[in-house]
Design a protein around this ligand. Structure first.
Ligand SMILES: [Cu+2]
Length: 445
């Protein structure tokens, strides 16, 4: 009973407020219609201001000279701070002092704390700016602590190359950086499988420059082969090779709830040329010997001195990272395939399955079905082969995958978002000389 009374008393202000709101919204509606007529667009002043800012930002282009100037001033600033620190501690370089103290940890020195002081952060060693020329290469003592000289990456200048950006077939993939690179957006074939976007993606190996001061680097990556709707109706058509190939491409742009179908063809070199060109730890499960002899008879790879055949290093698959994908198309560790021409007792992983309503792609190929039942997001697709996933991804078997939806498209239409966005990928890479050198390389070798 008490509860009912309470609810009843609540109703009065609620009804009153509702009546008030109807009145207010009535007059608001008039003002809004007026505004729509004035601006011819259903956007508020706030939206227009946002759109103006986005436009302004897109107009701002920074030249390489400006980037270099910024890098130079940053370097000068680091030098200034370092000089200041050196002076502050009576001419004693705080870094060298810190090192001495670390080296003398065993000796009990009551003054050690006093002489090891840092620039405000406890335990933080301030490093001097690198001073060239550096020595690096075989027989050089590795220095990880002051001026890093290891792993053979030559000293390279920052900000000299512009980032490769997305490029599209409609303007002939013209949007190149100074290294003539861009990331092509894959062109969907919409007729071969009605209701789906179909792509034919090959896996290939090539050389590509990563910096204007370095020779080209060997990569393995994905390439779209059949671009756009083919004239032929067969799903195995490989007519066009129009799109440039590029590290971390092609980018697939999918629409929410519209499936993507992929025919993936492993076109890597075979035999010895099919081996990875970076070191492979064959003691990792799946990277060394498998359960079969070269003639296909079973063997026990856990025994000493066994004769089991090694898994080929040109195995590969496609996994859509973060995708809501049925298991047959998930590119799991056991869904890899080798190139059709490879001679091996292991031509494919034990869980390989093709999409049931797609044409059988044959040896060295596999079909995938992605549901795209997800909201707008940036994902990526990459290799997932048993034992060598990390290595395959490191050499380049990865590319962007964007899902867009009606909410995102609405924001783009109203110019609140400039477009589907600028995919930004940050990687920390080490480059080694292609010429083999004796390992371990030591000062006395
Ligand atoms: Cu992943």
């Amino acid at each position: 009973m008490r509860k009912q009374v309470k609810r009843f008393t609540w109703l009065f202000p609620a009804i009153f407020m509702a009546l008030m709101l109807i009145g207010v919204s009535g007059s608001l509606a008039f003002a809004e219609v007026e505004q729509r007529i004035n601006t011819q667009k259903a956007v508020t002043a706030e939206h227009r201001e946002k759109a103006r800012k986005v436009d302004e930002q897109m107009q701002q282009k920074i030249s390489n000279t400006e980037r270099q100037a910024a890098a130079d001033s940053l370097k000068a600033l680091r030098q200034q701070i370092h000089d200041y620190a050196t002076q502050k501690y009576n001419g004693v370089d705080p870094n060298l002092e810190a090192k001495k103290q670390h080296g003398n940890k065993n000796k009990k020195n009551p003054d050690s704390k006093a002489s090891y002081r840092t620039l405000g952060l406890e335990g933080f060693e301030f490093l001097a700016p690198p001073t060239g020329p550096r020595t690096y290469g075989p027989n050089t003592v590795p220095d990880y602590n002051t001026t890093a000289n290891w792993a053979f990456t030559p000293p390279i200048a920052k900000f000299v190359d512009t980032l490769p950006q997305l490029c599209v077939s409609t303007d002939g993939y013209a949007n190149e950086n100074n290294l003539h690179q861009c990331l092509p957006v894959a062109v969907a074939d919409t007729t071969t499988y009605p209701g789906s976007d179909y792509y034919e993606i090959w896996l290939e190996e090539w050389n590509q420059p990563m910096h204007s001061d370095m020779p080209a680097t060997r990569v393995r990556g994905y390439v779209q082969k059949q671009s756009g709707t083919p004239t032929s109706t067969t799903a195995n058509d490989t007519a066009s090779d129009a799109a440039p190939r590029n590290y971390l491409a092609p980018i697939i742009v999918a629409e929410r709830d519209r499936p993507v179908r992929v025919k993936f063809v492993n076109k890597l070199p075979v035999g010895q040329a099919g081996d990875l060109f970076i070191p492979v730890d064959q003691s990792v499960m799946g990277a060394g010997q498998g359960p079969l002899n070269a003639d296909g008879t079973p063997c026990d790879n856990t025994l000493e001195g066994n004769t089991c055949a090694f898994y080929p290093q040109n195995r590969a698959t496609v996994h859509l990272h973060g995708g809501r994908t049925p298991w047959i198309s998930d590119g799991t560790p056991h869904q890899w395939i080798t190139p059709a021409a490879e001679t091996t007792p292991y031509p494919k992983g034990v869980s390989v399955a093709n999409v049931p309503d797609m044409e059988d792609p044959g040896d060295g190929s596999m079909t995938f079905y992605y549901s795209n039942q997800q909201t707008a997001r940036l994902m990526f697709y990459h290799d997932h082969a048993f034992g060598i996933t990390r290595l395959n991804v490191l050499v380049g078997e990865a590319a962007g995958y964007v899902i867009t939806d009606k909410y995102e498209q609405d924001l783009i239409t109203r110019q609140i978002l400039p477009d589907i966005g600028i995919p930004l990928i940050i990687q920390d890479r080490t480059f080694v000389d292609a010429t083999p050198f004796p390992t371990p390389a030591t000062a006395t070798a």
